[in-house]
Each structure stands twice: as C-alpha cells, then as structure tokens.
Design a protein around this ligand. Structure first.
Ligand code: NDP
Length: 248
C-alpha cells in the first residue's frame, strides 16, 4: 500500500520545476496525474512515459490558469474523464522582481493574477467536485517570503501572503465537507526560478539557512505527498515551511 494509491491528483505548473517533482513523487506513491500548464517542454514526455510505466494515467492539458472559462472547461472535462479529483496542488507561479519604485502596474497585476487569482479559479472549479465527493486535499504552494517579506519582491510576497490567507479561509469553509486545505512555504529551492539569482543573492540566502544548503524540488514534493495523504487527515489551514529552518 502506497501513500496515494488510486487517487487522482491535479497539479498546476507541473511541466517543470517543483511541480514536476511533485508529480514524480505522487506517481511513485500511486497517484494518477492530471497536469495543467501553459506549455510542456520537450523532456516532459520522457517523464510522463516513466509515470505511465509505473501504471499511472497521465493527462497533460495546456491550460492558462488565469483564464476562468478555460479553467472551468478543463476541470469539467477532467472530472468527466477521471470521475473524480482527490488532490489539487496549486503550484503554478511566477516572479516579476523589482524594487517598489521601479515596479510597473503590469508587474504587480501579472504576479497577482497568476499566483493568487489563478489559485482561486482552480480551487473554485475543483472544490465543487470535492464537495460532492465529501473528500479532498488542497495544497497551495506559497513561499517563505509570503511570511517574512523580501526586498525587491513586494508583488510576489503579497501574492504568496494572500495565498496563505486564502488557504486558511477556504480551510474553514470546506472543513465540513471533509476537505483539508494547507499551504507549503518553500524557502530557497534550486529550480529555473532561482537559477536567475546572482551569486550575491545566493550567498545571502545561505547565510540565513541553518541547514546550510538550498532545498531540492524533491524536498518540497515529499511534504506535498504527506499533505495529500491520509497521514495528514487532522491537519488543515496550516503553513508547512520547507526551508532548511530559514524561518522559525
Ligand atoms: P518554475 O518557473 O520552474 O515552474 C512554474 C511552472 O508554472 C512553469 O511550468 C510555468 O509555465 C507554469 N505557469 C506559470 N504561469 C502559468 C499559468 N498562468 N498557467 C499555467 N501554468 C503556469 O517555478 P518553480 O518550480 O520554481 O516554482 C513552483 C512554485 O513554487 C511557484 O508557485 C513558486 O512561486 C513556488 N516557490 C518556488 C521557490 C523556489 O525557490 N523555486 C521558493 C518558494 C516558492 P511557463 O514555463 O509557461 O512560465
């Protein structure tokens, strides 16, 4: 018996990075996968083939999570195809880092729209099915900067702090239907998103991480598998930091 045997997990932004690692971990724990992303890189098919070889179904759909009509349509089609959605991971996210004085309206709006509104649209669409099922697990990928703030990331930090408020509110709304809603706040994780940081920025992070290393996407994925499994049935509305002790 594996942690997520015979479940259906919908993960956004899982074509690469942390989302792909979550898909990988979930597939190894027995989950069937539905992935919504804007685009799928060439090496995605090889990963999907490995998951299929484990006996999992893998559905990859090109969906922009900021497009409400498209989200509704694709979630409905997914439910028609899979019969249910047990787990939703709102992972898709972007950064447009700038100091406040240089931040354009568009930088603010884009980050809020993808990170916060996109997660709202996905959650609203998927929770209808979870409410009917009277069961579900929703995991929102926030960030430590949503808790502690970060110079140069006011838009991103606000979106990730917003996601924590959203998580707690929805946890209260959906608890009566046996749906748990939790957030993961990753710290500094080595992905394409952080590959753009300068050596100086990287060194600054290492200085404040007690475990003295960057996290891996797999570190985040293992926490997500726990929150997606029965092992976390009495945990809701929480923020689990996966950050090497950066904030405590
Ligand atoms: P990546 O940029 O590597 O992957 C994000 C994925 O989301 C991409 O495939 C991207 O597609 C997709 N995406 C972006 N916008 C949309 C959209 N509108 N609709 C559908 N898919 C979209 O990011 P990471 O893997 O590093 O990050 C994953 C999550 O973890 C994010 O929410 C991020 O904020 C969070 N996080 C990351 C940390 C880190 O250190 N890396 C730390 C803390 C939190 P496309 O290629 O088209 O942009």
């Amino acid at each position: 018996m594996s942690l997520l045997d015979n479940t259906v997990a919908l993960i956004t932004g899982a074509a690469r990075g942390i989302g792909r690692a979550i898909a990988d971990e979930f597939a190894r724990e027995g989950a069937n996968l539905v992935i919504f992303d804007r685009a799928f890189p060439e090496d995605f098919e090889a990963a999907a083939a490995e998951w299929r070889a484990l006996g999992r179904t893998v559905i990859a759909r090109q969906v922009d999570i900021t497009d409400a009509a498209n989200v509704e349509k694709n979630v409905e089609e997914t439910i028609a195809e899979c019969g249910r959605i047990d787990i939703l991971v709102n992972n898709a996210g972007i950064t447009r880092d700038k100091l406040l004085m240089r931040m354009a309206d568009e930088d603010w709006d884009m980050v809020m729209t993808v990170n916060l509104k996109g997660s709202f649209l996905m959650t609203r669409a998927v929770s209808k099915a979870m409410m009917r099922q009277r069961a579900g697990k929703i995991i929102n990928i926030s960030s430590v900067v949503g808790v502690m703030g970060n110079a140069g990331q006011s838009n991103y930090s606000a979106s990730k702090a917003g996601l924590i408020g959203f998580t707690k509110s929805i946890a209260k709304e959906l608890a009566g239907r046996n749906i748990t809603v939790n957030a993961i706040a990753p710290g500094y994780i080595e992905t394409e998103m952080t590959a753009v940081l300068s050596e100086e920025q990287r060194a600054a992070f290492m200085g404040v991480i007690p475990l003295k290393r960057g996290g891996t996407p797999a570190d985040v994925a293992r926490a997500a598998a726990f929150l997606a499994s029965k092992n976390s049935d009495y945990i809701t509305g929480q923020v689990l930091c996966v950050d090497g002790g950066m904030i405590m």
